[in-house]
Write a protein that binds this ligand. Structure first.
Ligand SMILES: Nc1ncnc2c1ncn2[C@@H]1O[C@H](COP(=O)(O)OP(=O)(O)OP(=O)(O)O)[C@@H](O)[C@H]1O
Ligand SMILES: [Mg+2]
Length: 899
């Protein structure tokens, strides 16, 4: 059977926006799609939502029906205001037919494939494609469907160009690929999905190791296509300090820091217009902070949903709890089939097969495996630990030994739940089987927060020089025993402990009296790393160093927290100072650590103190506390002048003060500071500082009409240096300023360069801003065709990055553009947007304000005040999401027409 699934893209939003037009359009849609299916001999067996599920005896007929339906829709549905785009998918396979309905794997596959398609697009699976034999097919490559299984080959049927598929990779998300197959949990998954339909806060609870995280991740992947802005995992396990929760969320969501707002407000602003799912994993140790954060977000951001995992509920209002209990146990021991069908056994057998090739459940070992699964209460983590031992012990031996262990401990404390006891014993048992060096190594590895690389393991975990340990060997042995997880991150191994195991190891480490020594070693290692990163981030390898710093953020944060708690000023400052690079991703992280590092008793006397103090001022100013920030920077400079610091540190202090001064005291006062920065950089021969400083000086001059040429010269010099340096961030900023100081006829190549550099280093704010400036330049030249692709890209990026100022600026361009092509109704909707001018004016000097005002006045005249008012009110009622959809819809139509 070949299945055809169809679905209207974004129908919920369309319903909300234009209910009457939508209902008429949908009726027409039903007629067309059903007609096409029936004309080609298909049978409609389901009509869920706004789509059809149909079965065809022949693949060729199914394709013909899909293409006819698309053509018919395109021709008929350009009704005013509502454009319906339908996604479709075809898959062929065996299926069971019962009472007019179809069941089986092939039906699900077809539905999942459809979920990848864009509106207007028809996809086909490899099976269907093979039956069609090549014509009309475009091979789109391999994609992961949302069951997180291995990737599938996907084809597009018919022509048309579309955005990337909405697969797990294409949808914005940071969900990790799951290790090993997922077992069972059908009811729990349905329960999570159902709970999320009723509440925006769902917490998965249960004892340690029972599979909360795994279930939540699976549910999130399944639900991903429902959240336009994706599903995001925030790992709270490595977070020690409740105060850093917001920082960690912002980081995990890749929410850029917004100038002029505290981190918290910046994140709220980012989330306000987002439709996304946040998976807060392991909340139990931060319950109050997590609950407070969730409550605030739920109140302020109408489309953000939380799926938390925690050993206890968060107790926020409206929270729904899904309790995860153990995997299903076998009913009896004798029948292999019956034993094999229990989920606990399935998990054990799967992992045992991974540990030992040739392992199988047989009539001979079924009873022992069943006993084992019951003994371990069906707890996944316990089952995995036991399965890792099948290489040396048979299931019967394993079960016997566990029996002994459990009998031995049977009189122990009964305060915690029974299952908790079981798990604890299973871990004890697994731990006791380790050799002493393995035990010590496992204990020590708990010092890492989050995951860690081999090099760090060697530096931190090796014993003293006297007791030689082969770290690679020990890691391998612990990975084999499932106590440490190994993951491949772009070709490099990273290691990680499951949370329950990490806590266990941490207790042991403390018990062994080694914790303090290990924490110090960890902090020292990361101070060395920060120093190397600081140098790397200033050079040509900024991109790879940024990735390395990103990967080590949890460890850096934990190290800073430990040194601050231990009052170790030297280590705290050495961890933070190298990362004080304004306007970079690393600097974003260091900004929130600088003030606590500078506040450690005794820090004042340290040679790195003043640059960290100044950076804390810059970060405070960035977060909207400008006067206070400027004050800290000034204090840092005064102290530097009084006591003398080296040129490198002085440059950093001046960088911060120049940056803050640009907002706080105007160009007259800042220019001398920028010039001093230039001089100092020259005197120490540091090209990184010099390029930044020249760019800073040039940027200051641009506001002064008399110094226009000087601005161009300075930014050119900065660009030349930045190119020589090969550092993408410095190049991005110098090209941005170079573009900003030039005329609309000259600026585009500079700004294109800024876009490329910003993209290279993953800076969406820079990319969005540069694209928006290019669109503006085209607009100023009345080249509307040229402006369309830039404003569309800028709008998408700024909207995604939550940059509402640049987004508003894009809308201004769109409004002018629509007016220019005679769509005054559309222009009025855009100009009617609430607070448009105010928002757009806040960021840069608004050099197009006059043109925008003129365009708006002209739209008013041509429509008349009354009609203008009607359309403007419509725009005023739209939120940013709807505005983006409206404006991008208009732009898409335009680019189709011009193509
Ligand atoms: N349904 C499942 N299918 C396959 N593996 C599973 C399943 N549930 C759990 N596991 C595995 O069992 C181990 C423990 O699961 P998980 O980490 O999700 O537990 P948890 O309840 O989140 O524990 P903690 O309280 O320590 O955070 C993991 O290795 C996980 O991959
Ligand atoms: Mg967990």
């Amino acid at each position: 059977v070949t299945f055809l699934f169809t679905d209207v893209e974004g129908s919920t939003r369309l319903w909300e926006g234009e209910p009457e037009a939508m209902s008429a359009a949908l009726a027409r849609h039903d007629e067309i799609v059903r007609g096409a299916i029936e004309d080609h001999g298909g049978y409609v067996f389901s009509t869920g939502g706004d789509g059809f599920a149909a079965a065809f005896p022949r693949a060729g007929d199914a394709v013909a029906a899909a293409l006819d339906a698309q053509t018919g829709l395109h021709a008929a549905l350009r009704l005013e205001g509502v454009v319906i785009r339908v996604r479709m998918a075809l898959h062929t396979g065996e299926a069971e037919e019962r009472g007019g309905d179809f069941f089986g794997q092939a039906v699900n596959r077809a539905a999942r494939l459809m979920a990848l398609a864009n509106g207007g697009q028809v996809l086909a699976s490899a099976t269907t494609a093979a039956l069609l034999g090549g014509s009309q097919l475009i091979d789109l490559g391999e994609y992961r469907l949302r069951d997180l299984s291995s990737p599938q080959q996907v084809f597009q049927v018919g022509g048309g160009t579309f955005p990337p598929l909405r697969s797990v990779e294409a949808l914005p998300s940071n969900l990790p690929l799951a290790p090993g197959a997922f077992v069972g949990r059908r009811d729990e998954l349905a329960e999570v999905v159902g709970a999320l339909e009723l509440s925006r806060v769902v917490t998965v609870t249960g004892v340690g190791g029972v599979g909360k995280t795994r279930l939540a991740l699976h549910a999130a992947a399944e639900l991903l296509p429902r959240f336009r802005d994706g599903a995001w995992l925030v790992e709270l396990a490595p977070v020690v300090d409740p105060d850093s929760l917001v920082e960690v969320v912002a980081r995990s969501l890749d929410a850029p820091e917004r100038q002029g707002l505290p981190l918290h407000a910046s994140l709220m602003d980012f989330l306000r217009a987002k439709r996304l799912l946040v998976v807060l994993d392991n909340c139990e140790h931060l319950l109050d902070a997590a609950a407070a954060f969730v409550t605030q977000v739920v109140a302020a951001c109408p489309h953000v949903t939380f799926l938390a995992t925690s050993r206890e509920g968060l107790r926020t209002s409206g929270e729904r709890i899904v309790i995860v209990s153990s995997l299903g146990l076998p009913g009896g021991d004798d029948d292999v089939e019956m034993v094999a069908s229990a989920d606990a056994v399935r998990l054990f057998v799967l992992r045992a097969e991974e540990a030992k090739t040739g392992f199988a459940l047989t009539a001979a070992n079924a009873a022992a495996v069943a006993r084992l699964a019951r003994r371990l209460d069906g707890i996944p983590l316990a089952l995995e630990l036991a399965a890792a031992r099948v290489r040396s012990l048979t299931p019967a031996e394993l079960a016997d030994r566990l029996d002994d262990r459990f009998r031995l401990l049977a009189g122990g404390q009964r305060t915690a739940t029974e299952r908790h006891q079981t798990l604890r014993r299973a871990i004890d048992w697994s731990y006791d089987l380790l050799t002493p060096p393995e035990q010590a190594f496992l204990n020590r590895s708990a010092v890492f927060a989050g995951d860690f690389g081999l090099h760090s393991a060697e530096a931190v975990l090796a014993g003293n020089a006297s007791d030689e340990v082969d770290v690679v060997d020990l890691l391998g042995r612990l990975v084999d025993k499932s106590l440490i997880l190994a993951e491949d991150h772009d070709g490099a191994s990273r290691y990680r402990l499951l949370e329950t195991i990490r806590q266990y190891a941490q207790e042991r480490l403390q018990g062994a009296g080694e914790a303090q020594r290990l924490h110090r070693r960890h902090a020292e290692h990361y101070a060395g790393f920060a120093e190397a990163a600081g140098a790397g981030l200033r050079g040509p390898d900024e991109v790879s160093w940024t990735a390395r710093v990103d990967a080590e953020l949890d460890n850096l944060r934990a190290a800073v927290a430990w040194t601050v708690g231990a009052n170790d000023a030297d280590l705290a400052l050495r961890l933070v100072a190298p990362l004080t690079l304004n306007g970079t991703r690393a600097g974003f992280a260091a900004g929130s650590w600088a003030s606590s590092a500078a506040a450690v008793p005794g820090a004042e006397a340290h040679p790195l103190y003043l640059q960290v103090l100044a950076f804390s001022g810059w970060a405070a100013a960035m977060a909207g506390n400008r006067r206070w920030g400027a004050d800290l920077c000034r204090r840092a400079l005064a102290a530097a002048d009084a006591s003398g610091v080296d040129g490198r540190a002085l440059c950093r202090v001046l960088a911060c003060l120049t940056g803050v001064g640009a907002w706080e005291f105007g160009s007259g006062q800042v220019l001398p500071l920028a010039r001093r920065w230039v001089q100092t950089a020259r005197s120490i021969g540091d090209d990184y500082e010099l390029a930044c400083a020249l760019n800073g000086e040039g940027g200051m001059q641009q506001f002064d009409a008399d110094n226009h040429l000087a601005a161009i010269e300075l930014t050119d010099a900065a660009t030349v240096l930045a190119r020589r340096l090969g550092n993408p961030s410095v190049l991005c900023y110098s090209l941005l300023t170079s573009g900003a100081v030039r005329s609309p006829d000259e600026c585009v190549p500079y700004l294109e360069g800024a876009v490329a550099s910003a993209e290279q280093v993953g800076n969406p704010l820079g990319t969005g801003m540069a694209l928006g400036m290019i669109a503006n330049a085209y607009a100023l030249r009345d080249d509307w065709v040229g402006a369309v692709p830039y404003v569309a890209r800028s709008m998408r990026i700024c909207h995604r990055a939550g940059d509402r100022h640049e987004f508003a600026r894009c809308l201004q361009t769109v409004g002018q553009l629509l007016h220019a092509i005679g769509d005054d109704e559309g222009a009025a909707v855009v100009f009617g947007t609430r607070g448009l001018g105010k928002r757009a004016a806040q960021l840069r000097t608004n050099w197009v304000a006059d043109r925008v005002a003129a365009a708006e006045a002209s739209v008013r005249t041509s429509l008349g005040e009354e009609r203008y008012g009607v359309y403007a009110a419509r725009g005023d009622a739209l939120d940013d999401d709807e505005l983006a959809a409206f404006a991008l819809g208009k732009l898409d139509d335009l680019s189709c027409e011009s193509a």
